[in-house]
Design a protein. Structure first.
Ligand SMILES: Nc1ncnc2c1ncn2[C@@H]1O[C@H](COP(=O)(O)OP(=O)(O)OP(=O)(O)O)[C@@H](O)[C@H]1O
Length: 208
């Protein structure tokens, strides 16, 4: 279960961004909606352990994220939270499979080669395992980001506008992958989006 309470954040010279309390039960799937600039990416960064909020708490399975020392927090995030950013962040000098394997290594987990290949196959991109990021389209990179976020079987998968660069067919495939893979892995899912195609698939909404 994920719980945020009394959260607020102030960037240098910025206004105070305040976030309503939120409880996400195991395996629940949520949309995070709100107008541009209202703080969706900020909230996702806070929940995923990347940005310490000015006020409030984030509990993931009973662990209060921001009481952990930095190294423990990094490791906790690597094991429990999968993140898909607006733009894919892949290591250019590593091929696709090595990028997936790096996610496990960084979290101190063993590499599961078969699982990584089957994640790629599930997204229809098994043939790209040995390609380098520079050789791939935006849509292919986005699907690889989805696979990489699932490598460590996270409790929570967070996706920030995961379908914005995809055509209908690829968007549908990614939404299906996100919703079914998170269920199969017992993970909760948060998707921040403006994309109507995603809104049709997920019932619960947190509005900022
Ligand atoms: N690193 C930063 N430093 C200072 N201000 C920031 C920073 N990141 C975001 N902000 C400000 O905080 C507010 C919320 O930004 P955020 O990116 O979280 O909104 P958002 O809802 O995700 O927007 P969008 O839908 O356009 O991506 C905005 O006013 C933005 O300018």
């Amino acid at each position: 279960m994920i719980k945020i309470s009394s959260l607020a954040h102030v960037y240098d010279k910025g206004r105070r961004l305040k976030f309503p309390n939120w409880e996400i039960a195991d395996m629940e799937q949520w949309l995070l909606l709100g107008a541009s600039g209202c703080g969706k990416s900020t909230l996702l960064n806070i929940i995923s352990g990347l940005l310490k909020p000015t006020e409030g708490e984030v509990l993931i399975n009973g662990t209060d994220l921001y009481t952990l020392p930095a190294r423990k927090l990094d490791r906790f995030r690597g094991r429990h939270v999968g993140i898909i950013f607006q733009r894919p962040h892949l290591i250019r000098s590593l091929d696709v499979l090595d990028n997936l394997e790096l996610a496990a290594v960084m979290a101190g987990l063993p590499v599961d080669h078969e699982r990584n290949l089957s994640l790629l196959a599930g997204l229809g991109i098994a043939g790209l395992a040995k390609n380098y990021p520079d050789e791939l389209s935006q849509g292919q990179l986005q699907r690889i980001s989805v696979a990489r976020a699932l490598v460590n079987k996270p409790d929570l998968l967070i996706a920030d506008e995961p379908t914005s660069s995809l055509d209908d067919e690829n968007a549908n495939q990614v939404i299906r992958m996100l919703t079914t893979q998170t269920k199969d892995n017992g993970a909760a899912l948060i998707i921040a989006t403006h994309d109507q195609r995603v809104r049709e698939h997920i019932a619960k909404t947190y509005l900022l």
